[in-house]
Design a protein around this ligand. Structure first.
Ligand SMILES: [Zn+2]
Length: 377
């Protein structure tokens, strides 16, 4: 195991941040896998899973059971980790500019194409290695800008490290939710083993979700290069995804062990971990569908929500899922399912404003085709 510390320059004198990463195994054969947790710094289930997984990776490495390289960044957002507002941790948005830490990630398609013109060989493997070098070079040039904000340094550093891997797993959680997964459609079925291992109840696929999240920044350059230069010259160099390990309160030893076993199982499935890992019981119902088939039902009025249907419930189109109460007028507004599917997530708090998310339903029919933003912010 090797440990690296990457420094991020603070914005004012006395302010410093660093990223810690640990690398297990080696590049001598086998795929490379990158895992990071808590990019949304207040989402800890992934950090808990990695805390249980890393000792197992170390043991596997010592026993000669790792074939490939696994890089772990257990705390991907040191900026958000220290943001407490009025005594409460707030790790999703940067208080300096109100931007979501998992949006606005880098887009380097054009720069890469320019750099690769006339440089490619007939060997897809050689080309992939060359692409990775160019990605690192572009990232380093961006990092050399002395005016880069610390949050953008974080975005580029994470990209630079992750882009040197064939699989990228960004570990998050939702508010109150069951395990679900977002991935590029180009990464399906390559990530099907992960879907099964983690017990995803809803795996949602899209090439572009509209918010430039971290996982897409890793995949999109490869897709752009394949379109420009052709798939015989450019392989799909990265399969990337966002794992949502349930809700933000689901941080406990049992889930951490279970999720670590799922991640180790995935490493076994793709040939990195040379050992058997038992499958956990699969969920009773599981949806694999385009991201456009995910309904996000929003409140048309503010108030207190009382739920008829909870996460894990299967609902039919038109069924009532909740009521919103206005305590001043003593009125109730009914909220209905707009499609048949599985409720996989909802807010953790019951007080909503107009436009707030009330519930999320994973269906199988695309209901949001043409929507520019498919993710909630
Ligand atoms: Zn998140």
């Amino acid at each position: 195991m090797q440990t690296f510390t990457l420094n991020l320059g603070g914005m004012v004198p006395g302010e410093t941040y660093s990223l810690r990463l640990r690398q297990y195994g080696s590049d001598k054969g086998g795929p490379s896998v990158y895992m990071q947790a808590a990019l949304h710094a207040d989402e800890l289930p992934g950090m808990a899973a990695l805390a249980m997984l890393e000792p197992q990776l170390l043991a596997a490495e010592s026993a000669g059971k790792l074939c490939g390289r696994v890089t772990v960044v257990p705390m991907a957002n040191p900026i958000g980790a220290r943001q407490f507002i009025n005594g409460r941790h707030q790790g999703r948005f940067d208080v300096a500019d109100s931007l979501n830490f998992n949006r606005h990630h880098v887009a380097i398609d054009e720069q890469l194409i320019e750099r690769l013109e006339g440089q490619l060989t007939e060997s897809a493997d050689d080309n992939a290695a060359f692409v990775r070098v160019q990605m690192a070079t572009i990232a380093q040039q961006a990092l050399d800008d002395p005016c880069l904000s610390v949050a953008d340094q974080l975005r580029w550093q994470l990209f630079k490290v992750a882009s040197n891997h064939q699989y990228v797993l960004d570990l998050h959680c939702d508010n109150h939710a069951l395990v679900h997964l977002y991935a590029s459609d180009s990464s399906w079925p390559a990530l099907a083993p992960l879907h099964h291992r983690i017990g995803s109840v809803a795996t949602m696929l899209a090439e572009v979700s509209g918010g430039d999240p971290f996982d897409e920044a890793l995949v999109r350059p490869w897709l752009a290069l394949q379109r420009h230069f052709g798939e015989t010259k450019i392989p799909m160099g990265c399969h990337s995804c966002t794992v949502e390990f349930r809700g933000s309160n689901d941080v406990n030893p049992d889930y951490a062990e279970q999720d670590a076993a799922a991640l180790l199982g995935f490493l076994s499935d793709i040939g990195v971990y040379q050992g058997e890992v038992e499958h956990h019981a699969a969920p009773k119902r599981s949806v694999i569908a385009p991201l456009t088939a995910m309904s996000i039902i929003r409140a048309t009025t503010g108030g207190m929500v009382l739920y008829d249907k909870d996460i894990g419930d299967w609902v039919l189109t038109g069924e009532r899922v909740a009521r919103i109460h206005d305590p001043l007028e003593q009125t109730w507004l009914e909220v209905f399912a707009d499609q048949t599917g599985l409720i996989y997530g909802r807010p953790i708090k019951n007080w909503v404003r107009r436009g707030s998310v009330v519930t999320k339903i994973a269906g199988e029919q695309p209901v949001r085709v043409g929507a520019v933003k498919l993710l909630t912010d």
